[in-house]
Design a protein. Sequence first.
Length: 255
Amino acid sequence: MIVLQTIAVALSMYSALPMPQFAWDQRNMRCAMAAFPLVGIFCGIAVWIWAWLCGVLDFGPVLTGAGIALAPVVVTGGIHLDGFCDTVDALASHADRERKLEILKDSHCGAFAVIATASYLVFFAALCSELPTDNRILLSLGLCFVLSRALSGTAVTTFPCAKNSGLVHTFSDMAAKKLSRTILILIAAAASAGLVILGSFGAVVAALVMFGIYYALSMKIFGGITGDLAGWFLQWAELLMVFALVVTRGSEVIL
């Protein structure tokens, strides 16, 4: 029962999927971060359904790519894009650290966030429109969604928090860090191995490079990570992984 509650807590927080509601407590939150990559599986399923529907209805690559780009937003309710927006505003402020952290908490959306998000979605959709919708690519996309969340969760259980409040601090504080980190690293390794087998090694490299950038930027500018920075990382990691898939879409499958 606790395992099911833990999964429900993770899916309730990081997706828009309907879930049974439980009171959050020490027991069902301690390993909730380890279930975060499950959201990536649902994103992959949503992408597969849209690609199948586009094939049935004979839609062109533009509409197909737009739907693939938006499918994760529908599944997650845009929670990571929200963090992306806040982080863009904070970085664009060129203010001191404390002011940047205040901007991250501000519910208002600045002009830079709007511009950056619109540009991000257009470019992401354009990249997706370049991808063939065969089984190898669709499976690779699903693994990308899992890998980005496994790395994000690994950061939450490893990197320092920038402040003593917020969602990331809550999960980090209540999580059974060692167990959660081990599970997340194993999931990340499995997803990476799957991508390599599918001939998408470049996507793994892109995710790991962005993971390093995430750590360096978070520590240097914010003094640690926050939930908004986690969303910013996830969006960039997925964009770069899809870019790598486009560049290497002609690669041969290893097995």
